[in-house]
Design a protein around this ligand. Sequence first.
Ligand SMILES: [Zn+2]
Length: 458
Amino acid sequence: MTRPVRRFAAALVACLAAAPTPAHAQGPRPDADPRIAALVAAVSQERLQATVTRLAGFGTRNTLSDTVSDTRGIGAARRWIFREFASYSPRLRVSYDVHHVLRQGRITRDVDIVNVVAILPGRSPRRVYVTGHYDTVNPRGTSAPGVNAAAPAGDPQMRADQDYDADAPGANDDGSGTALTMELARVFATSGLEFDATLVFVAWAGEEQGLIGSMAHAQAIAADKVVVEANLNNDIVGSSLGGNGAVDGESVRIYSLGPEDSPHRALARYVARVASVYVPSHGIRLMAREDRFGRGSDHSSFTAFDFPAVVFREANENYARQHNSEDKVEGMDFRYLAQNARVNAAAAASLAFAPPAPRVTTDRGTVTLGRGTGGYDAALQWQPSPGAAGYRVYWRTAWSNDWERSQAVGNVTRFLLPNVSIDDWVFGVAAVGADGAESLVSAYVSPVRRMQEIKVRK
Ligand SMILES: [Zn+2]
């Protein structure tokens, strides 16, 4: 080796040493809450891999598959998920959330739809959900191995004559979201930390038949007047390789139902902001739509009842590995799944430590935003949030998607921005706890104008 070459080699070594830390090892920003950083750091890629492998090993988890076997079918899968949740920590209250669903739509016979629920009680009963569906589907499958055709893009319709016991390993759809949910249950329950909100981790059933398990659950909690702060739903979040060859292990898509100041969009913006602090190497691609084109998932059961909800989707999907026997562990990227789990952990923790979002309406529903005594100011009022030590006011121009300015305003419930027109700017307010954890931003939404029919002589 000649001297210049050796010098080059030495420079290369120095350069490699100075190279940025691998994305997953890159630490949180200095303004991070060490409790949240510790939860994020506790996410285990190895555990995620072991869980997905075990879930895929049940062969199928079709909602209408065998429930008697201890090794194959949805019954074995849900009993294993229950035992896993229970093994993490006695702090988790684990239960089967059973709904006796009658034959309807894609449910071709009466069946018990069984969600597996693990609750980590907080100081307050208001809930932060982390969810994924553990059921799988292979509508073209037969029990004979190796004869399943790849499913086309989009949701294939269920056939009444399909073989519910055909191979449907569902490693990614949605073993990935289920494993993420279970891993966060373990991380939060074993952390020794106390949370303000109650954390609820759910593995849904019946998603592939039309969001049956999540809808039955949402229906029930709405009737019980349960307060839901957020639902972080994860469905297909475990592969970085798209069916078109595109590779992206550095970002995730988050879909949220509009309009622009819906509680779902507020949650999506919140996740993006928290992720930038705790998992800065992972990009968040916010999607201003309910879900991918013509497709859906369990977050829509929550939005149907105005519970704030979003769905995480991997950056590039492989449709040839969905809803068939090819959705296998080999198609997964567990480093990528772990990054998505860390984003969920940061967002769920931040929400659960924070006070509830303030209400920006009166008890009768009137929006508490006015023009001030001068007539050209922004006069904001809000109802106090239990546990808040202060508030932060946000605003943005009326055509932009995300908050542009913010100001900490102390422990008050009204604030005046002189000469800022409420016609040209959108406003919101968040509650901040004594430990700095901040709630979702509640936006002041202009009431919908009711148009009256004009009576005219015909
Ligand atoms: Zn799915």
